[in-house]
Design a protein around this ligand. Structure first.
Ligand code: SF4
Length: 940
């Protein structure tokens, strides 16, 4: 494995030789266990040893994944490289000592609080933090500073689900566990492309369905996605119509003897009023409103009614909405009305996006929570927490949720913000407003792993934090399972753990008493102790069973689901088996719901709905997954998926470029010269889109592309209860853009952002294992671009270029080694990255290589096409050849090529290829070698 994971350490006491450390994957909310092979090699001098992460596999007995990992987890070591890491603190862009940086942050926060009050400062934190990090950050803000202005990027992920659970159950209590999606009769996936966003959980459903073909899967999603491959029924509902669908389901259940009257009577309240609100939603009305066939609606309603055990799993497609809380409650209403809750294979199951969104909820990482599932507006709770913390202050009212927080930074109410482990300039809606807010803010502190991202551009102080392989603590996954993430490598360069940084700032602010921890284990015991304080079953989050662990017990803690207490010392699989809820009456609450349309409505001027989401192999803003050439190869460009008829109406062909304009135009002017973020994407014509709706991925940013930060197209629209932004439904207009030139440049070294902006109107630059790949488009002609590039690299000693069918390919060498290759032919997207990686790693190219570079036609060994299977590096062309050779099933492809046989993330794409690819008669690719004319570039 990667040598970049080698770090010198003084752990002389470590035994020489290999060992294995169990930890947890830091990406999605599935929370898979990983076993990391570690080599401790004694140094030649005998002074200390070197630690090397030499391998990684899924933990066989981790109950979340039983040894399986998706492609992101499989590639964890590749993304753990030290390249691009923040190394030292900085103040105003200059290197600073830790003491100077900590004092600057502490003094500035203290001064601002003294002058303007506690609510004039804020933390914006992250579901990437460990629970212990989150706990101390929350304690500092709510117990010591005395404000609740700590919010988290989990606000963007599942805050609507949290509010819905609290409304229905009286607590943020996820009732289900992963086993439920296997031990059920019906899985309903709503607003979730789990095949890509929660792959290992999706594959558990897939395997369960194979074992039990009677298990039915219904997908409710406007798009047909990779997850649809498993669906027995797909409801491609019009975006934002979920409440009408589930209100209709409740009315149907009532009219067709589908209710559990005993459960409703004994364990719930509010049913009559709720049903009253649903009565108008007949099947016909639902079908018309949701724009789905009546028969499909009826099939779904019957399945829900007739199947004894139903799990409805939902994710960002439900939550990221101006009525996200209502959507989740509409789902919960149907489970309450049928008693499909609190027993095996049943329940409304919110799938969290982030690895530790749940941990943040536990310790109070959201601005409207206190800690340990206690409430800011409950005097008993605030008193309890303040007594426990022995803190000088306690927040008694909710703080600012993410969207409001940045508004208050912009208007000057909040004067200092500390952003931890997140990149709000890319992930928050209304990017230009977020930038304007950060430009306005007196003090922006960013603690992060990476040295460069779009948010760090606006930081006054940066603080280097440790990353996954270095951090030590706990995370909680979607099924309430707490797992250890174990520190393996020593902290890189000068980086510190987030909890240490928070405690250092707290102590420098004068709060020595509450933050004198020496280890994460102490923090964990304090946190779990607080969950147990005066609990006696009154609160769902009870960790009394693990509240006094020794350091050794903490280190060895096995994955366990809360609550963990005297009644359930081994943890609790599912909640509400006794149908006792955390409301005042101990009964669950039905919520009567009216249907609200999305706030950002289309019009003649902005006729398209923009939906957004994740792609298979990337995570958030690519600061980690973007380092892996394997992960980048699956989908190297941000594209806009559009229905063929919409594309035809706009005269758009596959790969054409299109600019997107948003209906909202309320962004304040930024202080720099570009007053507006441009979004330009390459077109991907996709019949799985509904007409009038387009889809774009969320991952790309100014750090790697000119114009792909799509969150800029979303307005501040958010759910009034949860504050979760509406990131699935913007009204946009599309305008085709024609460029004078376009192509791909492969470089040994990355090109600087300033240079890229000067040369290209559009670019995306991603790393390869041996260089970089730049996809570009420009209004300048190729000769002018080549001239600029050549001037930029005066040390390259040999430049060659060739005309072929009016297109030009070029390359540059330095002492015989390939440094740059440029392809501008119409098929430049077919150039194989593996080939260029191979060429970049050669010290001397041969004549055949030169010819191949000039023609853009490598040896057939490098003609695999776009990568489909990242684990075994199997490309689309290879798979098509196997289909032509007679492979008719995913299993047959796996047997022949191994594709899909490791992490399984690509299986749905293999299935799509099998369904869609019709082998054509073989044609001979002609290389017009006779028309080749080679000229020296500098002669043009
Ligand atoms: Fe990590 Fe993939 Fe498991 Fe999610 S499903 S935790 S990304 S390995």
């Amino acid at each position: 494995m990667s040598q970049t994971n080698t770090v010198k350490t003084k752990r002389a006491s470590q035994e020489q030789g290999p060992s294995e450390v169990s930890s947890t994957c830091p990406y999605c909310g599935v929370g898979c266990g990983v076993d990391v092979s570690v080599d401790y090699v004694k140094s030649d001098t005998g002074n200390g040893s070197t630690v090397r992460l030499s391998g990684l596999s899924g933990t066989r007995d981790h109950p979340a994944n039983f040894g399986r990992l998706c492609v992101k987890g499989t590639q964890l070591l590749a993304t753990n490289s030290l390249a691009g890491r923040m190394q030292t603190p900085t103040i105003d862009g200059k290197k600073a000592s830790w003491s100077a940086a900590i004092n600057k942050v502490a003094q500035s926060f203290s001064d601002i609080i003294a002058t303007h009050g506690a609510d004039s400062v804020a933390f914006y934190v992250s579901g990437q933090l460990l629970t212990e990090d989150y706990y101390v950050a929350n304690k500092l803000m709510k117990g010591y500073i005395g404000s609740a202005n700590i919010d988290t990027n989990s606000r963007l992920c599942m805050s609507s689900a949290v509010t819905a659970y609290k409304r229905a159950f009286g607590a943020d209590a996820v009732p289900c566990c992963y086993e439920d999606v296997e031990e059920t009769d019906l899985v309903v996936l709503v607003g979730s492309n789990a095949a890509w966003t929660h792959p290992v959980l999706y594959q558990r459903i897939e395997r369960a369905k194979k074992r039990n073909p009677a298990l039915q899967v219904v997908i409710i999603d406007p798009r047909r996605t990779a997850s649809s491959e498993l669906a027995d029924l797909h409801l491609p509902i019009k975006p934002g119509t979920d409440v009408a669908l589930f209100n209709g389901l409740l009315a149907y259940l009532s009219a067709n003897q589908g209710l559990d009257h005993r459960y409703i009577e004994q364990h719930t309240e509010g049913f009559t009023a709720t049903l009253e609100m649903c009565q108008n939603w007949s099947v016909d009305q639902v079908a018309a409103f949701c724009d789905v066939d009546n028969s499909v609606i009826t099939q779904f309603f019957d399945l829900f009614k007739l199947r004894d055990r139903v799990v409805t799993a939902y994710s960002m497609g439900v939550n990221q909405s101006s009525s996200g809380v209502d959507k989740a409650n509409a789902i919960i209403n149907c489970h309450l009305a049928t008693g499909k809750l609190g027993r095996e294979g049943c329940g409304p199951f919110s799938l969290t996006g982030q690895p530790n969104a749940m941990g943040g909820r536990e310790v109070g990482g959201l601005a409207n929570m206190l800690a340990c599932h206690m409430d800011l507006d409950n005097a008993v709770h605030t008193q309890l927490v303040q007594n426990y913390w022995q803190s000088p202050n306690i927040a008694t009212k909710p703080g600012l949720k993410a969207v409001d927080l940045f508004d208050k930074i912009l208007d000057g109410t909040v004067k200092a913000v500390w952003i931890m482990a997140t990149n709000p300039v890319v992930s928050m809606p209304n990017r230009d407003k977020i930038i304007a807010a950060l430009q306005t803010c007196e003090l922006v502190v960013v603690s992060d792993v990476t040295a460069q991202n779009d948010t760090i551009d606006y930081a006054h102080v940066t603080l280097p934090a440790t990353t996954w392989s270095e951090k030590n603590g706990t995370v909680t996954n979607s099924e309430r399972r707490i797992s250890r993430q174990r520190g393996i490598l020593p902290a890189f360069a000068e980086s510190k753990h987030d909890w240490q940084i928070v405690c250092d700032v707290a102590k420098a602010m004068g709060f020595k008493q509450g933050f004198n921890y020496q280890t994460v284990h102490e923090i964990f015991n304090e946190y779990t102790g607080l969950s147990a304080e005066q609990n006696q079953g009154s609160r769902d989050l009870d960790l009394s069973g693990i509240s006094q662990l020794s350091a050794e017990q903490y280190d060895k803690l096995r994955p366990v689901q809360w609550p963990i207490n005297a009644a359930n010392p081994q943890g609790t699989k599912r909640l509400f088996s006794d149908a006792k809820f955390y409301t005042q009456t101990a009964k669950a609450q039905f919520i009567a719901l009216s249907v609200q349309l999305p706030e950002q409505q289309c019009s003649a001027a902005f006729p398209f709905v923009l939906n957004s989401g994740r792609i298979r192999d990337q995570w958030h803003t690519m600061t980690r997954t973007g380092k892996s050439s394997e992960l980048n190869a699956h989908q190297p460009l941000p594209t806009l998926a559009i229905h063929p008829e919409d594309a035809a109406a706009l005269n758009l062909n596959q790969h054409d470029f299109v600019q997107l304009f948003a209906a909202h135009n309320d962004q304040p002017k930024r202080k720099d010269d570009s007053s507006e973020t441009k979004v330009v994407l390459a077109v991907n014509i996709d019949s799985r889109q509904r007409q009038g709706e387009v889809f774009a991925p969320i991952h790309w940013s100014a750090a790697n592309s000119s114009s792909a930060a799509i969150a800029s197209l979303y307005s501040d629209a958010h759910d009034p209860l949860s504050g979760q932004p509406e990131l699935k439904h913007a009204a946009v207009a599309l305008s085709p853009i024609r460029f004078a030139s376009q192509g791909q440049i492969f470089t040994k070294h990355p090109l600087a952002r300033d240079f890229l902006r000067r040369c290209f109107d559009y670019y995306v630059q991603i790393p390869l294992s041996q260089g970089c790949m730049l996809t570009f488009a420009s209004q300048q002609q190729i000769p002018a671009l080549k001239s600029l590039i050549q001037q930029h690299f005066p040390l390259y000693d040999e430049w060659m270029s060739q005309l072929l069918d009016g297109q030009q390919n070029s390359y540059a060498l330095q002492q015989g080694q390939l440094m740059l290759a440029m392809f501008t032919g119409s098929d430049y997207r077919q150039i194989d990255q593996v080939w260029l990686n191979a060429l970049f790693s050669q010290t001397q190219l041969g004549p055949l290589d030169f010819n191949a570079l000039l023609t853009g036609r490598p040896h057939t060994a490098f003609n695999a096409g776009p990568l489909i299977c990242s684990c075994f590096k199997v490309g689309e062309n290879t798979i098509k050849q196997a289909i032509e050779a007679g492979c008719e099933t995913v299993e047959a492809l796996g047997a022949k090529l191994k594709c899909g046989t490791n992490c399984g993330s690509c299986k749905s794409e293999l299935s799509q290829l099998l369904n869609q690819y019709t082998p054509a008669p073989q044609t001979q690719m002609s290389v017009a070698a006779a028309r080749i004319s080679v000229v020296q570039l500098d002669e043009q």
